[in-house]
Design a protein around this ligand. Structure first.
Ligand SMILES: [Zn+2]
Ligand SMILES: [Zn+2]
Length: 176
């Protein structure tokens, strides 16, 4: 699959956010700290409680997009997410490669997060189809994923879940 580099990694940020455990009090702060390479230098990652709640809303919307089962549902949920974005594209070569960022470098952390996530997810959906997003088929896992495989054959969130399910299926066959 031929993603543009930034679009592709931006969707990974969206997927990471949807799968992150944001429930603990410091859940959102931990997520931001472990993804700080996404924020422009000098951005304060200290969110107000209201912003923490908004980050959780963004995470839920990403998940809702991935779980949607029709194009209509995807569009409704995606547009809800996009309504939260404040895109202000700018070109940069901060990592040595010329590319576009979706959010302004001086925007607050929440705005950078929501905008990057919404734009990255939308980019993949409109370019590659909404079926590229899904939820893990492994028992006991409900993480979402983006399918970047050539033939759109992905069913699991990770190699761990894929091999766990292969082993479980093998054992089930042995028994019967
Ligand atoms: Zn960049
Ligand atoms: Zn999984």
């Amino acid at each position: 699959m031929d993603y543009d580099t930034y679009g592709s990694t931006a969707v990974e940020l969206a997927i990471d956010l949807a799968n992150a455990d944001l429930a603990p009090d410091d859940g959102v702060a931990r997520f931001l700290a472990s993804h700080d390479e996404w924020f422009a230098t000098g951005t304060s990652l200290d969110l107000t409680p209201a912003d923490v709640e908004k980050a959780a809303v963004t995470a839920r919307l990403v998940r809702a997009v991935a779980l949607a089962e029709s194009q209509d549902d995807v569009l409704t949920r995606l547009n809800e997410l996009l309504a939260l974005a404040r895109p202000r594209p700018y070109a940069t070569d901060h990592d040595g490669e010329l590319h576009l960022h979706y959010a302004g470098p001086d925007a607050p952390a929440l705005e950078q997060l929501t905008t990057t996530v919404a734009m990255g997810l939308s980019q993949v959906v409109v370019q590659h189809g909404w079926q590229r997003l899904g939820v893990c088929s492994a028992e006991g896992c409900d993480d979402v994923y983006v399918d970047t495989s050539r033939n759109a054959s992905r069913r699991y969130c990770s190699n761990t879940c894929a091999s766990r399910s292969t082993v479980a299926a093998y054992r089930a066959r042995q028994k019967s």
